[in-house]
Write a protein that binds this ligand. Structure first.
Ligand code: SF4
Ligand code: FES
Length: 248
């Protein structure tokens, strides 16, 4: 395949970025999208040019690090996959492909296609955990009966990999789907109930402090989420928030 790539290049957060054109040839349809970028970078390095900076780690859809906006969609044209799982066979010979970073005020560009998603870490630190005393005779979590429906729903929510595609796809740059997944995975389990009120209030407070926008139920987040996190988690987050507010 021969392709034209239009890639966002930006030296750092203080510089203005711009789209730069690259022609790339002999790309196998069986290559992953990131392997195609590896080939481009090898060519740029061989020519003494600066390679394109992009985020990646596991390259198997687990870590949530890869984060490209491809032809106007977070993680590209395929559904329910991350950028690292996208293959070049999804494109046609001769295509022009636009590659940009995830854009949101709360995700400032660090360099080229890499954005700072530490806002998500700070939201997690605000309450995305359960406190367990591990000294002494801690009760084995598996001995607490949990009905299958709740266990399945909690597991579904826990598959969120914190990639940020929901934010990048939302016209308001809302982080509600991410926070909803993190709150839901605990809200459905007995282990999560003890700190439930503090968790939801603190995580939503941190989300607002980070500068994410409001949720207006457009649903773009659900469509672009590589893990299929459902909007029903946002409804659960809203219920948890309301309950916690009345308690306080
Ligand atoms: S909810 Fe989906 S899109 Fe948002 S961070 Fe989690 S996995 Fe990524
Ligand atoms: S590199 Fe880990 S999910 Fe894509």
């Amino acid at each position: 395949m021969n392709l034209t790539l239009k890639i966002w290049r930006q030296k750092n957060a203080d510089h203005k970025g711009k789209m730069v054109d690259y022609a790339i040839s002999n790309i196998s349809p069986d290559m992953s999208f990131l392997e195609m970028l590896d080939v481009l970078n090898e060519q740029l390095i061989n020519k003494g040019k600066e390679p394109v900076a992009f985020d990646h780690d596991c390259r198997e859809g687990i870590c949530g690090t890869c984060s490209l906006y491809i032809n106007g969609e977070a993680h590209g044209p395929d559904r329910d996959i991350t950028t690292c799982q996208l293959h070049m066979r999804k494109f046609n010979d001769g295509d022009t492909i636009y590659i940009e970073p995830f854009r949101a005020k709360a995700f400032p560009v660090i360099k080229d296609l890499i954005v700072d998603r530490s806002a998500f870490d700070r939201i997690q630190h605000a309450g995305g955990f359960i406190s367990v005393n591990t000294s002494g005779n801690t009760v084995d979590a598996d001995t607490i009966p949990i009905n299958k429906h709740d266990a399945d729903k909690s597991f579904d929510a826990a598959t969120c990999i914190g990639c940020g595609a929901c934010v990048a796809s939302c016209k308001n740059s809302s982080a509600m789907l991410f926070v909803a997944a993190k709150v839901s995975q605990f809200a459905l389990l007995p282990q999560g109930k003890v700190e439930a009120a503090d968790r939801v209030l603190n995580m939503v407070k941190q989300m607002d402090l980070e500068g994410f926008g409001n949720c207006t139920n457009t649903g773009a987040c659900e469509v672009e989420c590589p893990k299929g996190i459902s909007l029903e988690n946002i409804a659960r987050l809203n219920r948890e928030y309301l309950k916690a507010s009345f308690k306080g």
